[in-house]
Ligand binder design. Sequence first.
Ligand code: UGA
Length: 466
Amino acid sequence: MNIAIIGSGYVGLVAAAAFAEIGHNVTCVDNDASKVEALNRGETLIHERFLPELLARHRGERLVFTQNIQEAIRSSSVIFIAVGTPSSENGEADLSLVENVACAIARNINSHKIIVEKSTVPVCTSQWICRVMMQNGAPGDMFDVVCNPEFLREGTAVTDFLYPHRIVIGADSTQAADTLRKIYMPLADGSYAKLSKAIPQPDNAIVPTRLIVTSAESAEVIKHASNAFLAMKISFINAVANVCENVGADVEEVCRGIGSDARIGTEFLKPGIGYGGSCFPKDLTAFRSVSCDSGYDFRLLDEVRRINEDQRHRFLRKVRQALWNLRGKRLAVLGLSYKGGTDDIRESPAIAMIHLLLKEGCDIVAYDPAAMERAKEEFPNGEVEFSAYLYDTAVNADAVLILTDWEEFASLDLPRLRKAMKNPIIVDGRNLYRPETMNNSGFTYYSIGRRQRVARRLVQRSNTAA
Ligand code: UGA
């Protein structure tokens, strides 16, 4: 099938590469000339596992990148809108880019088109797209609008796309739903997974996957409600972690205990310094605003957000508890991206923490396996020192702060780290270690929802002094 994807951000680029991988001819459009040129030169633009492989396989063959939106619309029967929907000042999603694309489709319509919302949009956007199409001269029988939300996570976006747990198609026309079904058939019938060159399945893959057909409005709510629910789960466990600290319980044990109930599940129960990224904070605000406009005051979502923000301030208090005065203290920060496996720093709790620590007068030296270039733009005036090598970050540090759950931070060479540091203190905002392990390696270890562990060596020293 000939498909156009408008927008080559995280969602658009991954969808374009993956649709080519399952056999479609894809034209991916972006109005940013430098992006299109870079993609045509062979660059990947984002740090995403398996994306370089897919681009190398299909670029210039089944997958082309262009700025020419008119041509892409004319040559495709299905057009996915994957442009950005940033938050506006009042919290609503800014849909002006979606509207611009709808206008462009209407002006260039030359045959029947299925317009698919892939961007995360508020309820009723599909109706708005229909209206804009008709206002711009597109006959009502020449197009259908479908909502096909994505549930990709950055870092695992390619495998999330190729091995989804469900595919949601929100369509009010049976023909449009059938076309979308055909597009996804290699995933829905499991035939893609059987190919010898298929990207390897993740452990928890569901093959063949479930295809859920709903109304457009239901699909729009499914997307917002999914993200809001996951954010709520994270804030819930963070709140439980805070109780655990107060009563001397261990939140990791609690997670094992509650997560083994299949009705609750273990996923998204990792306590930490809060969720971030380009989706949860923005989508929660947008869903709150949509609910309010619909006449329902969804205050639970405010609390989810409040707990999330509070988590950063609690972490700052932990750093203070570890170091007393913060002014002039040298802190080695491990992690800048909003989670491991991505170079994305949008709404990153790690970046927010650094801002708070800089305000307190700390000297920050930071390391991240992928997000350093992006973070340098956030701190352009030398406020933060960036270290090219992980262990150099710790040299002379008063404490190491773990702010992102990168795999490589979970398997640190602890003796080497300790040797480099001025004081063996670790404040772990992601609970990557067992307190006993840290303690036995001579670190004073602070984490989330567990008792603080003072290094035995230090305890002995203070006992001797006493
Ligand atoms: C999220 C959803 O998981 C995807 O299903 C959805 O498609 C996507 O938003 C989107 O709307 O585009 P993503 O933002 O890439 O995906 O990342 P997640 O893995 O969901 O993590 C989000 C944040 O929550 C990160 O800051 C992460 O560190 C944090 N988190 C996640 C926790 O603090 N604890 C957890 O247990 C899980």
